[in-house]
Design a protein around this ligand. Structure first.
Ligand SMILES: [Zn+2]
Length: 156
């Protein structure tokens, strides 16, 4: 039992990615400059207001950007029935070529890894093109041929 705290600490360290670390450092630097700027105007109190303000404004701004981009560029298109949005899909499995999702209607879809294509998985395991998109673009009807995957997606 004595090793538990160390294990938990290691897990937490692993969850803290390099990107998060860089964002955290950037936040801290900006918070420092906001604090210093306000401290020159208001004295010590400027530090107490400027540092948290600088820090949380940046986190807030990042969240707003993420929210807007997830609205403008949803990671998954609406399902074929028009009932399920990007977050209504249930992740089923990951394969070498992409991921299988199921929407709330019960239909299965396949997100191709090599290209931004979202295909319908038919009951026999074959794929029917549904939607695709260009980088930073909107989902549009996919008129291309279905990709040839080595493994059938039936029974998954
Ligand atoms: Zn659906």
């Amino acid at each position: 039992m004595a090793s538990m705290p160390r294990l938990q600490r290691e897990n937490r360290m692993k969850g803290f990615t390099l990107i998060e670390l860089l964002v955290f450092i950037a936040n801290a630097i900006i918070a420092y400059f906001v604090g210093r700027y306000l401290s020159e105007k208001w004295g010590t109190i400027g530090w107490f207001i400027g540092v948290p303000a600088g820090f949380f404004c940046l986190i807030g701004a990042a969240k707003v950007v993420l929210f807007i981009s997830s609205r403008a560029m949803p990671i998954r298109p609406m399902c074929r029935n028009g009932k399920c949005g990007a977050n209504d899909y249930k992740f089923l499995k990951i394969t070498k070529d992409g991921s299988v999702f199921q929407c709330r209607c019960g239909d299965k879809y396949f997100r191709l890894r090599a290209a931004a294509r979202f295909l319908e998985v038919l009951p026999d395991g074959s794929l029917r093109p549904y939607m695709k998109r260009k980088p930073f673009g909107k989902w549009q009807p996919d008129q291309d041929q279905p990709p040839h995957l080595p493994v059938s997606l039936a029974n998954h």
